[in-house]
Design a protein around this ligand. Structure first.
Ligand code: COA
Length: 667
């Protein structure tokens, strides 16, 4: 079966599940259940355990989470009520007989899991899905006695499972590929990020995590737990010992590394100290720790060494893909950068040095089997699929609602350049990963370093525009398929595509003014040249951050067609590419007239007058500019000017601190 890189391009043969049972009412079981009930509120959910008190506590947790969700504005009362309805805590396996999916989240004990699955299989329909949340035990071992093995696999969630988007889905020899594709589709539809891995002990991400922790424990002969956590802080949000304390992880590492050592060699043997220590001495993440330079260098080398060694092993043995490995480490394990990204940043010479040192100090650890640059040849932020001679480019940065930065836009450009002169390729569709966002704009995380520097900011806008300017000149169609919100820079990308299509639920916005900046990569220019009939709407969007629904954008002629769902959207976008063949229209050159600005009514959230003035001036100047290139340059400079205002400093800090900005003092 053909496996699309974007899971939502799969056409499922099953509907979303209607009745699910989670076995094991410890911590992760109810969290998995809560995620499912939040994503599919009409679902009937059974929480099964052998202990009534555990079941009661699990049901109570649903009520507590839902109440907190409402309090924080993440959930409305109606959804909160639905999440806690059709929820049954039970000790009786007979209750789950009609379930179409049973997820086991019991203790990591192979015999126990096998007993549970024997019991489950005797009760449920032969095509009901059966999955285990084990973090280490291969599917082949857990499911070997099942009669209908094809419907079974491992779906490994990460804490906290109600919020952590990563889920490993295991590809194993007896698993039905259609079930794997369905699970990928289902997880993606419900807001998760499925990562397919091979059926080896500890799969992909726990090989990283367990060995990262184990290496830290072996390093205790030369540094303290506080020093090691402090040094690790360069790479992760919380150091290994802090996380081990949180997760009561010492016995787990002993168990999982024993499994790896028994199967793959003594170098994986767990450090004996795990058996004698209950809790580690740690400091709060982020707290400054003084570490002697030589100690820090040695610890750093070994920590990086283990990451590099595990990463090359994962890729050499095809346990998981390079992009999934980096993304999974960020999403599931709290790494600031993926291990392959760290390897790239270290450079070839230093990576060799670090690996050689690891080889000397920890003989047996896997070493690269290929030249180092070969491990770096992959697309990091986009997925590419082929559909009816069209390349579907999916933006995948789920940690930031697919927000754009220059590396992502350059990657899209690289894909386009690779295929645009190939006569077998009719054109391109750009869409977003998941159902929520096409793209939430430019990555705000990159802004603080630009504040106060007009030239640097303008240059960044120009760099992010390389892709857009290229699309402007293309003859082969590029169609934007808006699968959800399209904000700021994401909308600026969409409006440069030769046609825009959207799902009905999508919406468009330029929120920049609420951040005290201006949208600098075409928003002040392109709308007025492409859709002059909607100029008044764009004035409101740019100066007040008015939202525009996909339906309204369709009425205004900005969006060419609406679709009911993701599958319909992509099908329509592919048809649109074929339809546009040979008649791609460029954006108008030369000066254009613009409608006068309406008065800005005082609204609930006061905005920066200074930045609104920059926007208005730039719109006017760009409209009068003799060429499109001149007009775009005015936009880049306006972004640079806005980055130097006090309002920008206030707006960006407010976003980072998750508070409403106060422009009353910044102006
Ligand atoms: N750049 C960087 N990160 C972004 C982002 C952006 N443009 N938009 C969203 N994110 C991140 C959030 O910081 C958050 O990360 P975290 O989980 O590490 O905290 C994650 O994506 C999910 O977003 P969150 O804000 O928690 O979701 P929400 O449902 O509460 O709100 C939005 C969704 C889109 C309204 C909100 O994220 C937002 O206002 N984003 C900024 C949009 C914007 O101004 N774009 C123009 C930028 S120039």
């Amino acid at each position: 079966m053909n496996s699309p890189a974007n899971p939502l391009l799969h056409t499922p043969t099953r509907a979303l599940p209607a009745r699910v049972a989670v076995i094991g009412a410890g911590t992760i079981g109810p969290d998995i259940g809560y995620y499912l009930k939040s994503a599919i509120p009409e679902l009937t959910l059974y929480l099964v355990d052998v202990d009534q008190a555990a079941v009661d506590a699990a049901v109570q947790r649903f009520h507590d989470y839902a109440a907190k969700g409402v309090e924080r504005g993440k959930m409305n009362e109606k959804l909160a009520a639905a999440v806690t309805q059709n929820l049954h805590g039970t000790l009786d396996y007979d209750d789950i007989a009609t379930c179409d999916w049973v997820i086991e989240a019991a203790t990591e004990d192979l015999d126990l899991k096998r007993r549970i699955f024997a019991r489950v299989e005797a009760l449920v329909a032969p095509d009901a899905l059966i999955t285990s949340n084990t973090s280490s035990l291969p599917a082949a071992r857990i499911f070997s006695d099942l009669e209908h093995k094809g419907r079974a696999t491992v779906t490994h969630f990460f804490a906290p499972a109600w919020r952590n988007p990563a889920v490993e889905v295991i590809r194993w020899h007896a698993g039905d590929p259609a079930v794997l594709e369905y699970l990928r589709w289902l997880f993606c539809r419900t807001g998760k990020v499925p990562l397919v891995t091979a059926d080896v002990a500890c799969f992909m991400l726990d090989r990283i995590f367990d060995n990262w922790c184990n290496e830290s424990a072996w390093l205790l002969d030369r540094a303290t737990s506080v020093e090691i956590d402090g040094t690790a802080g360069e790479f992760v949000h919380a150091g290994p010992f802090f996380v081990l304390n949180l997760a009561h992880g010492n016995p787990i590492i002993t168990e999982t590394n024993t499994l790896q050592a028994d199967e793959e060699g003594e170098h994986y043997r767990p450090a004996p100290v795990f058996r004698s220590v209950d809790r580690w001495i740690t400091r709060a993440p982020g707290e400054r720790v003084e570490v002697p330079a030589q100690t820090a260098a040695a610890v750093r080398d070994r920590l990086l060494g283990i990451l590099f060694s595990q990463s090359v092993d994962i890729l050499d043995r095809d346990i998981g893909s390079a992009a999934d490995l980096d993304l999974g480490c960020r999403l599931a394990l709290g790494f600031r950068r993926g291990p392959l990204e760290l390897m790239q940043a270290a450079g070839e010479a230093d990576t060799h040095r670090i690996l050689e040192r690891l080889g000397r100090e920890r003989p047996g650890m896997p070493m690269p089997r290929r030249e180092l640059p070969q491990y770096q040849r992959f697309l990091r932020h986009v997925l590419v699929d082929d559909l009816d001679r069209v390349k579907i480019i999916t933006l995948r940065r789920p940690q930031a609602l697919n927000a754009l930065h220059d590396e992502l836009t350059d990657e899209i450009l690289e894909v386009i350049r690779t295929w645009e002169n190939d006569s077998a390729v009719a054109g391109f569709v750009i869409t977003g990963y998941g159902e929520r966002a096409f793209c939430a704009g430019a990555d705000i995380g990159r802004f603080p370093e630009m504040l106060g520097d007009a030239a640097k900011s303008a240059r960044y806008a120009r760099d992010c525009s390389r892709l857009l300017v290229h699309i402007d000149a293309m003859k082969k169609p590029v169609v934007a398929a808006l699968n959800g919100m399209a904000l700021g820079g994401g909308l600026e990308l969409a409006i440069r595509c030769h046609a825009l299509l959207a799902v009905r639920a999508a919406w468009l916005q330029f929120p920049e003014i609420t951040l005290g900046i201006v949208p600098g990569i075409g928003a002040l220019v392109v709308p007025y040249r492409r859709w002059p009939q909607a100029a008044a709407t764009f004035h409101g969007m740019l100066r007040r951050a008015d939202r525009l629904s996909a339906g309204k954008a369709h009425e205004l002629g900005i969006i060419a067609a609406l679709a009911d769902d993701y599958a319909g959207l992509i099908a329509a976008a592919v048809a649109c590419v074929h339809d546009l063949a040979g008649r791609v229209a460029g954006i108008a050159e030369g000066a254009v007239d613009i409608a006068p600005f309406d008065a800005l009514a005082a609204n609930a959230q006061p905005l920066s007058r200074e930045v609104i003035a920059i926007i208005e001036q730039a719109i006017r100047d760009a409209a009068a500019a003799p060429t499109l290139a001149d007009a775009l340059e005015i936009g880049y400079r306006a972004f640079g000017a806005s980055a130097c205002t006090a309002a920008a400093r206030e707006g960006i800090s407010a976003f980072e601190q998750r508070r409403a900005p106060d422009f009353s003092r910044s102006g």
